[in-house]
Design a protein around this ligand. Structure first.
Ligand code: ADP
Ligand code: MG
Length: 417
């Protein structure tokens, strides 16, 4: 579809240049007394879409046609052409496609404004399946992460291409900046809890302590020629940044498509792309962490390209002996993070960071996350287990709290409270 737009632009530019120069040529021929270009030809060029070029040519070259109809007719043709052009443009921008698919272990919801939304949605779905199976899944034998973990166990370094290196180095920097509250080497601990498997259970204290010795982002090394290595007991898990990476990849894909705007939700990560027809703002609903799947906490009104990621203790959990254990682990204790939060939503232009920061902030809690968010120029909404809501300054004017069960604690954090 993109090619049709490019061809359309080339045609309109060409026909208008033809309209412009044909006026100039005809005027020159008239001066020299040569054979003139017929009125019919000049008129046809204008009718075929070149009216603007023809009218400018008439002015620039002081071309006076003999036919009055021509002079009066031209603006009429121009108006008709402008109306058709506007109609096509608006129609093109306003065609809305909504789709729901499954991928990356979650629900994908795609809202796309563009001429051929179904094809674009197919492309996104395919892209996410490939990203999961060929790059990020620790379950897959052939994915980058799967291969990396297998090689680590055998003591073999793994080559990473430029994109994979960026994923790893951005994630490792985040690990450093959180002093390890966020850690992409937690795979052995996540496996011990079995939260992503069929029968999760609470491990023994000894097993947790023993497994924690296998974790530690400091152990990962990326050489200058892109080889990744770590001790043979280590294993990586990019689950905390996977959906954000996917949002970044989808954004790159959309840049190559004829799409004026889109909102793509990959589980708790939402990519807001481009603009809405007629310049309206996008509304992104934030889930009520204490309510059901469709319960809403509030709404973010966003205009810029951005990624909104939410990490919550409701996403994946199990209950044992009446205690609820969720899937975001604190590398300090080896147990599910207990920072007093129920969910954190992070708004950031970069998808990987938005997703990674939401997991990191969930572990760090409020207000310890604030310096980290500042460092990354990211904004956030924190929801505590006591139903208090804290919103960073940059979101105060664009967040609307809709759920009366929550209290928005506005203003600076009071440590004496
Ligand atoms: P979700 O994937 O459910 O949207 P998150 O983005 O918060 O939620 O990622 C949670 C996943 O990240 C967990 O399922 C686990 O695989 C991994 N993980 C858990 N704790 C940590 C942590 N402290 N640092 C990095 N990754 C973690
Ligand atoms: Mg995350």
């Amino acid at each position: 579809m993109k090619i049709a737009v490019i061809l359309g632009i080339i045609y309109i530019a060409g026909i208008n240049l033809a309209g412009f120069f044909s006026m100039g040529m005809d005027k020159q021929r008239a001066r020299r007394g040569e054979f003139r270009i017929s009125e019919r030809t000049l008129f046809a060029i204008a009718c075929l879409g070149g009216s603007v070029g023809s009218m400018i040519g008439m002015q620039v070259f002081r071309h006076k046609t003999k036919h009055k109809q021509f002079v009066y007719g031209m603006p009429v043709i121009f108006l008709i052409e402008a109306a058709v052009f506007l109609y096509l443009l608006l129609h093109h921008m306003q065609t809305k496609t909504t789709r729901t698919d499954f991928g990356m272990g979650t629900v994908l919801t795609e809202v796309i404004y563009g001429a051929d939304g179904e094809t674009v949605a197919d492309g996104i779905h395919q892209l996410l399946l490939e990203l999961e199976n060929e790059q990020l899944s620790w379950r897959s034998d052939v994915s980058f992460v799967g291969t990396l973990n297998r090689n680590l166990a055998e003591g073999i370094p793994t080559p990473a291409n430029e994109t994979q290196r960026k994923w790893l180095s951005d994630s490792l920097t985040l690990c450093e900046n959180t002093d390890g509250a966020f850690d992409i080497t937690l795979r052995p601990l996540i496996a011990l809890w079995g939260i992503e498997e069929d029968a999760p259970s609470v491990p023994t204290e000894e097993d947790i302590a023993q497994t924690l010795t296998k974790c530690g982002y400091e152990n990962v090394e990326i050489s200058t020629d892109g080889m990744v290595s770590a001790p043979e007991y280590a294993a990586m898990d990019l689950g905390a940044v996977g959906k954000g990476i996917a949002a970044d990849e989808v954004r790159e894909f959309l840049d190559t498509q004829d799409v004026s705007g889109a909102v793509i939700s990959i589980g708790g990560t939402v990519l807001v792309y481009g603009s809405k027809p007629a310049g309206g703002a996008w509304q992104v609903g934030i889930r009520d962490p204490h309510g059901g799947q469709d319960a809403v906490l509030g709404v973010l009104t966003l205009r810029e390209d951005t990624v909104v990621s939410t990490s919550g203790d409701y996403e994946r959990y199990f209950i044992q002996d009446g205690v609820r254990y969720h899937h975001i682990l604190d590398p300090d204790t080896g147990y599910p993070a207990q920072s007093g939060l129920s969910s954190v939503t992070v708004v950031c232009q970069d998808g990987l960071l938005s997703d990674g920061l939401s997991t990191a902030c969930f572990v760090l809690g409020y207000p310890d996350s604030l310096p980290l968010l500042e460092k990354y120029h990211a904004e956030a909404i924190f929801v505590t287990q006591e139903s208090d809501v804290f919103v960073t300054e940059g979101l105060e004017s664009v967040f609307t709290l809709e759920n009366p069960a929550y209290e928005w604690r506005k203003g600076a954090y009071d440590e004496t409270k």
